[in-house]
Design a protein around this ligand. Structure first.
Ligand code: FAD
Length: 301
């Protein structure tokens, strides 16, 4: 990380990216190319999803290792507990650490395909709190390593489906902080107010760790509608209408929306921004360029 190397205080907002394991050989080649561009932009980290959307967990570890061995970016490994025994989770943590990666996003995980929150295998899974503690324990058990390693957790500005109130979401996030989380990354959302009011309420209740907003520049109106269930609120009607009017595919509109959102968030005190890339670099780099966060502009890779 250039900032750590120079030791200089950050003069501009920071950013990070999320990628997911590719499902085909061609997609993996394209992702390797995108990862080089993403890394050249100098992110704080590139996070890699785990087991989400039916993706294969070994592929997740492979991608984490690829980023570590073939890019300058710091990989941050998502890890989930759902459907796993405590021993299997411990083994997964050590497997990632054996690969030289010590930074994690600790998650309970989505229910596997075909299962719901009520199925015993999901309901009885270790919580993200227990995972944060297992990661901290694993770090302590291992010889000292060069990378310090940080543990991130998920936050839900518009509420997690399991929680009945904002107060419950905030209490749970504070419990993650007490379990040892160093920072939180949010589920995506579409309006700055949703993040800003959540963070203000969480601060008032005692949250001190940074909360990094997760932002997604959508390319299509179908994508916007699809992610609305994650965001917990529908996408702004005007954005959906403009995308529909452009024939349903308008990446530049997604970029414009996220640039406006990021400006409001950073002005409102967000510590940095985390960009969901969909394994492509063009749109997220356009966002950063518009925000003047790319310096020097990364050279073509
Ligand atoms: P937890 O923090 O354990 O719980 C989620 C929520 O449930 C809490 O916020 C709280 O509202 C409620 N809750 C749970 N237990 C209690 C309790 N005892 N008391 C009160 N409330 C409680 N999923 C994947 O499978 N793979 C991924 O790579 C992945 N990456 C993600 C990245 C980000 C940034 C985010 C925001 C989510 C990601 N997810 C991923 C989705 C996540 O796994 C799901 O949202 C899952 O349903 C909850 O995981 P969690 O770690 O937030 O769970």
């Amino acid at each position: 990380n250039a900032l750590l190397l120079t030791g200089s205080a950050p003069t501009r907002a920071r950013f990070s990216f999320e990628v997911f394991p590719a499902r085909t050989g061609a997609a993996a080649l394209a992702l390797g190319h995108a990862a080089q561009h993403l890394s050249a932009a100098g992110p704080d980290f590139i996070s890699v999803t785990y087991g989400a959307n039916g993706s294969n967990r070994d592929a997740s570890l492979d991608l984490v290792q690829y980023l570590r061995d073939h890019t300058d970016a710091l990989p941050l490994a998502h890890l989930t507990t759902v459907g796993e025994t405590r021993d299997a989770v411990r083994a997964a943590i050590h497997g990632i650490m054996d690969a030289g990666v010590h930074d994690f996003l600790a998650l309970r995980g989505d229910p596997p395909r075909g299962l719901s929150e009520d199925d015993a295998v999901v309901a009885e899974s270790l919580s993200s709190l227990e995972l944060v503690r297992l990661i901290t324990e694993a770090r302590a058990e291992r010889p000292p390593f060069t990378s310090v390693g940080r543990t991130a957790v998920a936050a839900y500005p518009n509420g997690h489906p399991l929680s009945r109130s904002r107060a419950e979401d905030i209490d749970w996030l504070i419990a993650k902080q007490e379990a040892g989380a160093h920072f939180a990354v949010t589920q995506l959302f579409f309006r700055a107010e949703e993040y800003l009011s959540f963070v203000a309420d969480a601060r008032a209740a005692g949250l001190t760790i940074p909360v990094v907003p997760g932002l997604m520049p959508a390319s299509t109106s179908a994508q916007l509608r699809k992610v609305a269930s994650l965001a917990g609120r529908p996408a702004p009607a005007e954005l959906v209408r403009e995308m529909d009017e452009s024939g349903g595919f308008a990446p530049e509109l997604g970029v414009e929306h996220v640039v406006g959102l990021a400006r409001e968030l950073l002005d409102g005190g967000a510590p940095s921004i985390h960009l969901y890339t969909f394994n492509r670099h063009e749109q997220v780099l356009s966002v950063l360029r518009e925000l003047q966060l790319l310096t020097p502009d990364p050279v073509a890779v």
